[in-house]
Design a protein around this ligand. Structure first.
Ligand SMILES: Cc1cc2nc3c(=O)[nH]c(=O)nc-3n(C[C@H](O)[C@H](O)[C@H](O)COP(=O)(O)O)c2cc1C
Ligand code: SF4
Length: 495
């Protein structure tokens, strides 16, 4: 992989970290420096991971300090505790407290654990993956049932999207919910190995997970695997490679419906951390409860990281189907937000006129957008959307895994075209070149990393069309040269 250029306003690039696994049986792990909310600190054990540069647990100084009044998400409509119930940023809920909040859960190996009932509930719940692709969880799990091969379950807590912080919030504040879901999913698939994949430059996350593992019973061996905190490391085929002992690089898979495999033909199931947290609640409370939130087509709640031109950036748990405008209002959006980036750096821009859209995969698709892993970034009225897109494209070009020509050469070319346009140089020739590069790159990578960039840039050309015409005519707006308004979202939980 190439090193990441430090684009203004974007995260500086992480150093290359060697793969490092924290394994062993529960009881031998600790997360030094992690806050626990009571005296259930894990016993001293191994160090939890190499510090990195790209992310910290307090990214920008706006993070509420220890004990800050991060809201309890108790909601009068909600008889059952939601994902972030009782969570406080930076403080992990202990196992005992977790059981108080969510109630007991039968795990694989316990008398009365009913895989068939749980899988039925999961299918009826309509839970879809929260890692970006929104694929039905029950179908992924059912495809592995009865598999002759050994199965590794991977908890995808990589969160490579710089504008997302929800998996970090979950893993550091309510890790047992994620681990419950992983244990149940392992029981449903017969997995005999569970790997929690985290970015090595977020040591607090590894610490919280290791500490939580030390507090709970385990019948299947667990590992916390720290991988380089790169954008593509969290792609599922990269994780399948990584758990097989190889570098976390995406693999070309012509038929993505075929099961993932790692070394020695083991099958691999990858689920996002939030998906597994929902699964833990479905296993407890059933499908009907899950469907009491959200819409018929998009049931349940979802975590959304909201940042940018808002007064209250952070992670919100919302019902699917919430209007985007309502979500932005809850986050304290500035009155004249001109557009929003939905779905993150591999997502799409949405113009202000479309803010009435309901946040469901189907409704968002109609306006050319997606929530992706639950990301909304508000663009202030006086910001330059083209300049922001150019910065993102430059960052994404630096995140290429360096394996496929169209991605390696195409993404920097796209970023260069955008740089020129944003600066008011290159005129209509630059716009034509950009269109050509987008066409060449689309659909040509081993993974969908370049497709995400193409989608984002195409949406920018549409949403900022008027602006673009001025830039192409050599009259760029005065805001293009000022530092990016995008920044890392704070580790805050909002209601
Ligand atoms: C370039 C790229 C990067 C990705 N990074 C992540 C990530 O950091 N975390 C994540 O959960 N999913 C990521 N995904 C999606 C995963 O490949 C996969 O779909 C997901 O983990 C499956 O879990 P789910 O079914 O629970 O959503 C990425 C996909 C692509 C194409
Ligand atoms: S498309 Fe890009 S990121 Fe994906 S595998 Fe190829 S080079 Fe790597």
């Amino acid at each position: 992989m190439s090193s990441v250029p430090a684009a203004p306003g974007l995260w500086p690039g992480a150093g290359r970290l060697s793969q490092r696994a924290f394994s062993g049986n529960p009881g031998s792990r600790q997360g030094p420096g992690m806050d626990w909310e009571d005296d259930e600190r894990p016993r001293p054990g191994r160090r939890a991971g190499p510090p990195g540069e790209r992310r910290t647990d307090s990214p920008d100084g706006r993070v509420p300090g220890r004990g800050a009044a991060v809201m309890s998400l108790i909601d009068s409509r909600r008889a059952v505790a939601g994902l972030l119930e009782g969570a406080r940023a930076g403080t992990a809920i202990s196992f005992a407290r977790h059981l108080q909040i969510h109630g007991p859960l039968l795990l694989p190996g316990d008398a009365g654990f009913e895989p068939r009932r749980i899988l039925g509930d999961l299918a009826a719940s309509g839970l879809t993956g929260r890692g970006g692709a929104a694929f039905p969880s029950a179908r992924k799990i059912a495809a592995l049932q009865g598999a002759a091969a050994h199965v590794t379950l991977v908890v995808n807590a990589m969160e490579g999207e710089p504008a997302s912080i929800k998996d970090q919030v979950l893993c550091t504040s309510t890790p047992h919910l994620v681990l419950d879901g992983a244990a149940v999913a392992a029981g449903l698939t017969g997995a005999d190995r569970i790997v929690v994949a985290v970015a090595g430059d977020r040591p607090g996350q590894a610490q919280a997970l290791l500490g939580a593992l030390a507090q709970r019973p385990a019948r299947v061996p667990w590992e916390v695997l720290a991988l380089p905190g790169r954008y593509v490391s969290g792609e599922e085929s990269a994780l399948a490679r990584a758990v097989g002992g190889h570098e976390a690089l995406p693999r070309f898979r012509p038929d993505k419906s075929l099961p993932l495999r790692s070394a020695r033909r083991r099958r691999v199931l990858v689920h996002n951390a939030e998906t597994l947290a929902h699964l833990a609640l479905v296993a407890r409370h059933g499908a009907e409860w899950f469907r009491s939130h959200g819409t018929t087509d998009a049931p349940g709640t979802t975590l959304v990281t909201v940042s940018g031109a808002v007064a209250r950036p952070g992670v919100f748990e919302v019902d699917y189907g919430i209007r985007l405008i309502e979500l932005l209002t809850r986050a304290g959006a500035e009155p004249r937000v001109q557009a929003a980036l939905l779905g993150g750096y591999g997502g799409a821009w949405l113009a202000g006129r479309d803010f009435g859209v309901a946040c469901t995969p189907v409704d968002l698709r109609r306006v050319g957008a997606t929530l992706g892993p639950g990301i909304v970034v508000a663009l202030a009225e006086d910001a330059c959307g083209l300049a922001e897109t150019a910065r993102i494209a430059r960052f994404m070009a630096g995140e290429s895994a360096g394996q496929c020509g169209p991605c390696v050469f195409g993404l920097p070319a796209i970023a260069a075209d955008l740089d020129q346009l944003a600066a008011g140089r290159g005129g209509h020739g630059a716009l034509q070149r950009l269109q050509g590069h987008l066409d060449i790159v689309e659909g040509r990578g081993a993974c969908r990393h370049p497709d995400g960039v193409v989608r984002l840039v195409r949406s920018a050309l549409e949403v900022f069309a008027e602006h673009l015409a001025l830039h192409a005519a050599g009259r760029p707006c005065p805001h293009g040269t000022r530092p990016s308004l995008f920044g890392p979202p704070p580790l805050a939980i909002r209601r």
